[in-house]
Write a protein that binds this ligand. Sequence first.
Ligand code: NAD
Length: 343
Amino acid sequence: MTERRAIVTGAGGFIGHHLVRRLKADGFWVRGVDLKYPEFEASAADEFFLLDLRRSAQCAEALARIGEADIAVYHLAANTGGIAFIERHKALITHDNVLIDTHLLEAARKAGVARFLFASSACVYPAYLQQDANVAPLREGDAYPADPEDGYGWEKLFAERECRHYWEDYGLETRVARFHNVYGPLGAYAGGREKSPAAMCRKVAQAADGGEVEIWGDGAQTRSYCYVDDCVEGIRRLMDSEHRTPLNIGQERLVSIDELVDIVAHVAGKRVVKRHIPGALGVRGRTSDNSRLRAVLGWEPLTPLEEGLRHTYRWVADRIATGSRDAAGISGGHRDQPLAVTR
Ligand code: NAD
């Protein structure tokens, strides 16, 4: 049997790192690509290239010298973060991510890669459908007429269309996954790039029993959350499917931020007092409609939030308890990486 080869961009990041582990377990030879190494443990990749994918020559380098096998590119690299980061850095995010996505797609076409999966986001869905906490679940077709999250969401929607055009005009097999709030261990939990589950785990871990936990807004805003192992399973299934239009990868269970904190506090075995303060909020409510996901993949993410948060809380609390040097969540990456590096 010929060796299966995969390239993961964003392999130094949260989901990309988990995906590399999964691809290795599935028997792939894997090249990881990122600006930085994974921050919390060594990558499982066979080789790891430190590259800046905003540069077209470095996108070509990312896909070069990989042999004759059918190459699958899992493209997860992006300048991204939590809602406050996304709302404050729209120029930076659109600039970086347009360059990354555009140059990498073109490099993939030139390199003749077999399949290309793009990590899109539920942020492509229009604001006008997400004004109630008791929101109607979002179906893939709801993305138009377009009114996505300003900056980040517009860029993701544009890149989705680029993927479609590269299929239509050049026959590049593209897949588009729309992730909904992915969480789990080994992701940013402080420093501004973290999302609400990791942030709440950190706040609860740092609070004394009976202490206060700050929550942005009134706590009634809602989301659905997808555990990272489910996300990776969905990525693998979508890549192997023949489905070429965008697909939600998320859970349908809707919870408020207050409920999320209650679950984390329960997992931690602590009583906490919720203090609501002004902060970045994003849309009022958002959840996934998985009808198409079930029909296409015969599967959907089902890890219970309580279970996923138990793993996430334990990991975050451990790091805080041991005073890990990356406690600010912004360290320069894992430094003991025993892998091949180009730059
Ligand atoms: P992450 O920030 O942990 O990982 C992204 C990685 O991309 C980082 O390691 C970063 O260094 C790398 N990167 C950024 N700029 C780069 C550049 N110029 N060249 C090379 N690498 C670069 O984020 P994540 O949560 O793992 O998200 C992965 C993908 O999924 C992203 O495209 C993100 O937009 C998308 N997504 C994530 C979520 C979520 O809830 N985590 C939700 C929707 C969409």
